[in-house]
Design a protein around this ligand. Structure first.
Ligand SMILES: Cc1cc2nc3c(=O)[nH]c(=O)nc-3n(C[C@H](O)[C@H](O)[C@H](O)COP(=O)(O)OP(=O)(O)OC[C@H]3O[C@@H](n4cnc5c(N)ncnc54)[C@H](O)[C@@H]3O)c2cc1C
Length: 398
């Protein structure tokens, strides 16, 4: 078995684990990130929901119970973590905009609007003032994007359809990376002589530098342009993940990607190493401290059996609300489901409680009491707790 040593080993490559790794690497700690696969953020809109339940995220968060992970981070910690995220995204060449004090609205593929907080620059013009006119561009054969739904719900809107030669969002986005395709599209768009104030497209404006593609289109037609996120596979979700991964590499975080942790070694109150499943020789990754960021049920950080929920790497105690009959509401759309509160409880330093491991921290959607779906706080909570857990870990290391 080959062995490697680090100051900190982060387990789980979602938004929380990546932000934890970047925080530790920025503090000068030799950091490894181990991930079994790509994270949930690849399925997301790419927008950072901080607390979409209310128009002012920070006011909403102030009203949460003291054991909610956001309450453990505190308002200043949340603001600092989101600023760090904005800085990272600017460095990655995928700039984001927004203010944690105020949510903005983005348009969905069925013409409704959704509250969110930080958005990629390509969605910055989605929050339209009332009375403005909108022209939607759709693509021949595209799935899960419904321009007629949008025009029926948005007053003062019309749409046109372009044939990109491929019907999938990922295929169209790859076409927009090609300058000659972009020029041909712009020529067609100018020919429409759109009188409307703004032009919206599904989120397909390239996989590499969508903000530049959007600005080029916007300059050519003299209109504000914005993207509408589509259903998974989601181009903005993939862009977010790939951009974060680029920064991890440029900041020297050592990646073990596509490798799950299969066992852990502890000595007394200390985690000493994890073993990774590989196709060849097993790898032993040693660390002075560990951050658990393996996500919730979707990514396999938690596993629900008939009557109990298990944490899958360290077998940590998992807080579960009531009995199985209390886990779900019979009406799926009726609001909070008890199971959303299941997870690993941590103290103010993001150390799991009811365990005697001193050098283990946890962050992200694996934490108890998150209620990510009902509060709509997925990536925001991952950013805030990822940074907070890493800061506590860094304190322990120094
Ligand atoms: C379909 C969908 C759409 C969403 N859309 C949005 C949105 O638009 N905006 C928003 O803010 N939030 C959204 N969310 C919520 C948000 O994506 C998540 O809450 C957040 O990204 C969770 O991040 P995380 O780091 O906690 O975990 P995850 O993203 O789940 O990452 C966990 C990682 O750990 C790895 N892992 C698991 N077990 C092991 C192991 N044994 N060894 C090594 N690695 C392991 C996994 O492979 C994975 O990469 C959405 C969620 C879903 C399901």
């Amino acid at each position: 078995m080959s062995a490697y040593g680090y100051d900190a080993v982060v387990i789980g490559g979602g938004v929380s684990g990546i932000m934890a790794s970047l925080t530790l690497a920025s503090g000068g700690f030799k950091t490894a990130l181990v991930s079994r696969g790509d994270p949930v953020c690849c399925l997301s809109t790419g927008c950072i929901d901080v607390f979409s339940h209310s128009d002012e995220p920070l006011s909403g968060i102030r009203a949460l119970l003291p054991d909610h992970p956001y309450s453990l981070v505190g308002e200043k910690g949340i603001k600092d973590a989101l600023s760090f995220f904005l800085e990272i995204m600017a460095e990655a060449g995928l700039p984001y905009e927004g203010d944690p004090g105020r949510n903005r609205k983005i348009l969905t593929p069925i013409g409704s609007t959704k509250n969110t907080c930080l958005v990629p620059r390509t969605m910055a013009h989605a929050d339209m003032p009332p009375g403005e006119y909108l022209h939607v561009i759709s693509f021949q054969g595209i799935k899960d994007f419904f321009p007629s739904y949008i025009t029926s719900r948005q007053r003062n809107s019309t749409y046109s359809v372009y044939d990109a030669g491929v019907p999938t969002t990922l295929g169209i986005a790859a076409r927009f990376d090609d300058a000659s395709f972009l020029d041909a599209f712009i020529t067609w768009l100018r020919g429409l002589e759109i009188p409307h104030d703004r032009v919206a497209l599904p989120a397909v404006l390239g996989t590499i530098d969508p903000a530049s593609v959007m600005e080029k289109i916007s300059r050519a037609i003299g209109r504000k342009v914005f993207e509408i996120p589509t259903l998974p596979p989601s181009v903005p979700g993939l862009r977010l993940f790939r951009a974060l991964k680029r920064v991890l590499q440029s900041r020297g975080v050592h990646l073990y990607w596509g490798k799950g942790v299969t066992s852990v070694e502890c000595q007394g109150r200390t985690v000493e190493a994890v073993t990774l499943a590989t196709t060849g020789r097993a790898k032993r990754v040693q660390g002075k401290a560990f951050v658990l960021a393996t996500g919730s049920f979707v990514s396999g950080g938690l596993f629900a059996g008939r009557d109990s929920v298990r944490e899958t790497v360290f077998d940590l105690p998992v807080a579960v609300p009531g009995e199985r009959k209390d886990w779900f509401n019979t009406d799926f759309f009726s609001g909070a489901h008890g199971i959303e509160r299941a997870g690993v409880r941590v103290d103010g330093s993001f150390r799991p409680v009811e365990t005697d491991l001193d050098n283990l921290f946890a962050c992200g959607s694996i934490l108890a009491e998150c209620e990510i779906m009902s509060l709509q706080c997925g990536h925001g909570l991952a950013v805030a707790t990822g940074v907070a857990a890493a800061k506590s870990c860094a304190q322990g290391l120094s």
